[in-house]
Structures are given as structure tokens and as C-alpha cells.
Design a binder for this molecule. Sequence first.
Ligand SMILES: [Zn+2]
Length: 318
Amino acid sequence: MKKRLGVRTLTLVAACGLGVVLGISIRDWTPRVATALAAAPPQTPPNDGKLRVIIFGAHPDDAEYRGAGVAMKWAKAGHHVKLVSTTNGDIGHWQIAGGPLAQRRIKEVQEVARKLGVTVEVIDIHDGEIMPTLENRKIITKLIRQWNADIVITNRPNDYHPDHRYTSILVQDSAFMVTVPFFVPDVPPLQKNPVFLYTSDRFERPNPFRADVAVGIDEVIEPTLDALLVMESQIHEGGANGHAGLFPDDAAGKQRRRDEVRTSLARRYAGAANQYRSALVKFYGEERGKKVKYAQAFEICEYGRRPTQAELKQMFPF
Ligand SMILES: [Zn+2]
């Protein structure tokens, strides 16, 4: 059951940053970074015949890296895309942490979303601490229902980071449950189980990623990179494993780092095009599929609705 904080306790929470106060989990409350988001009404896109896509990542940069290019293509075509971070990212930096970092990262992903033309939400759970609990499953289920999602995207549960793994588990656990009327009955169930997709990765065990569909993002690669490079705390400064030398104070040093990270990000999407070439050829045909330079690939999760190849074409109408 949700509890409400008194004014004095709220002040204490604020004074302690986003930390756990009085031994009470932050998940029991609505702490300060999320206050504005939580106060806003649930975001539901209009029922206008366009696709509604929701992309989950564990930290305020994951859904962006994994979804940005294709998200921009959907957005440009008038489809509705929402990026969600399941934690607030408050330990994702080598030098700063807590509330100030969470607030900085929220601002970064809000600017990325503005540039991509999508919606964003950051759930106020501590970075490094998300667990696959019933309470969190309900949060994710509600978000998918409120977005009235046709497509749900996340990373696979095979991953080096516990937050990534548990975010994936929580999203998987919401597949099917989003259709069950008496699970979180205060938000209407979806009439149709969405298609759940995993983004690509290089983890091999227990099974490697399988590209069921791959789409080219050549025409949006430059604005996609422009958008991603907004996340300076992560991309330029190196996030949790960075150091002061990565993004020096002088203008020339800063530009060098900007060029370096842009090249490396572009290489990541180019690598995907080469690695998943056969999926590109299957989707676009031989001639067009072979020409794609930058791509993103997805695997269909067995727990959501299983789309036919024709449905996949409708879901990626590019
Ligand atoms: Zn992450």
C-alpha cells in the first residue's frame, strides 16, 4: 500500500538526496525527483490509428542508445514512442551521485526525447537497486497499459548489469499480465497482448541474440547521433567508469572527445548493419538490404504476441 509523507519527512528526504531514509525504501514514496513526473497525469497517446511504442531501459541512456534511431523514424511518421528508464541513474557517474546526478540525467534524456520527437519518463528507483518485485511489475504493467502499447521493447535478460537483467525480467513478467483484467484493476487491461521485442546484444550465454527483424536507420543517423550526444554525463564523461581526463576543460579537448564518441556510436550502428545483414536482406529484399549502412535489430520475445512477417512490416513501416 502506498504511504504518504508528511512535509517534515519530505524535507528530510530532500536533505538526504535520493537516499534511503529511516530504513524505508524509496519505492514506498514519491521522492523529489519524480514528484513532478508523478504529479503529471498518465501519458496516453491518442487512439489515431498510429503505432504506440514503449521502450524500456534500466538507466537514463539505455532506452535512448537502444531505441533512438528507429524511435526517430517512427516519430517522424507520426507514431507515438515513449522511452522509459526504470531507475533514476543516481550512481551512474565516477564523480557525482545522488539527487543532483539524477536531476542532471533526467534533463539529458528530456532533451534527447525532444530532439527525437518522443516522450520520456524516468522512474524514481535508485540506480543499482531495482529488483524484480511484484510492486515493480505493477509499475511496468501500468506504464504499458497507459501507453496502450502495440510494441514493447527492452534488452534481453542476459546482460552484465543487474539493473538491465531485472528490468528485462520485469518487462517480460508484464507480457500477458497487461491483458489480465484483475491484475492492477485500476488501469484498464489491454485488449491485445503487444508484441514484445528485445534489442540486440553480444551476450552468448545461455543463448546468443537472434535477429528476427532488422531495420535501417541511415536517413536518421546524423540527427540520432546529435540527440544521443546530449547525454554528456554518460557519453563524454564516461558515466560510472569515467575519469576527469576523458572530457577535458579546454575547447579543443572537448571537441576531440565529441568527435571520438560520435565516431564510436556510429560504428556501433554500422556494426549492427553488417552483423545482421541477412535479417536486413530478409526485411528489405536483396538490393536494398545490402545497401543499409546503419541498423538496429530486434528479437521477438516468446511471451508477447507473435507477429507474422506481414505484421512486422506494419510495425516497421519504413
Ligand atoms: Zn544501463
